[in-house]
Write a protein that binds this ligand. Structure first.
Ligand SMILES: [Zn+2]
Ligand SMILES: [Zn+2]
Ligand SMILES: [Zn+2]
Length: 154
């Protein structure tokens, strides 16, 4: 077993959690597919190929645990299937927002934020923190619509 994720391993050990093979396999799969937003089924199929003794329930519980630890985040793109990706805290994925096509399911990750967007979000976060006395650590932003490809086909 390789320990390719020192940051994650430190977090797990600090929380008294065992570094199991399933946990490492799931992390490896998500780290190696940073541009794809994998569903639990897709992660399971890949994990199963690496180690056939890994079951779906274990993969699902692992995804849930890693989400609660803030190592990965759970996304909903409106097709009823949850997707997972590493959070930027893991250093694998830079902070990005999503453009989700509701027709073909394509997801565009973008990081080329405009200054206006950055300023607006900083302001919104600050105001929300004050109003609700809520410490904001992260946000997930996605815009839903029709991609240029689907638009042309109409
Ligand atoms: Zn953002
Ligand atoms: Zn589309
Ligand atoms: Zn993404």
């Amino acid at each position: 077993m390789r320990y390719g994720h020192p940051w994650v391993c430190r977090r797990m050990m600090a929380e008294g959690m065992r570094i199991t093979q399933t946990r490492m396999v799931v992390l490896d799969i998500l780290a190696r597919n940073p541009k794809r937003h994998l569903s639990a089924e897709e992660v399971f199929l890949m994990a199963h190929e690496i180690n056939p003794s890994i079951g779906f329930a274990t993969v699902y519980r692992t995804l849930d645990l890693l989400t609660r630890m803030g190592i990965i985040q759970k996304l909903e793109f409106g097709d009823g299937r949850a997707r997972y990706e590493l959070t930027e805290a893991s250093k694998k994925v830079p902070h990005h927002h999503h453009l989700v096509c509701t027709e073909c399911g394509k997801v565009i990750d973008y990081t080329d934020f405009t200054d206006e967007e950055k300023e607006l979000l900083t302001k919104v976060e600050r105001e929300l923190s004050e109003k609700y006395n809520f410490k904001i650590k992260n946000h997930i932003i996605q815009f839903c619509g029709i991609c240029n490809h689907c638009n042309e086909r109409r």
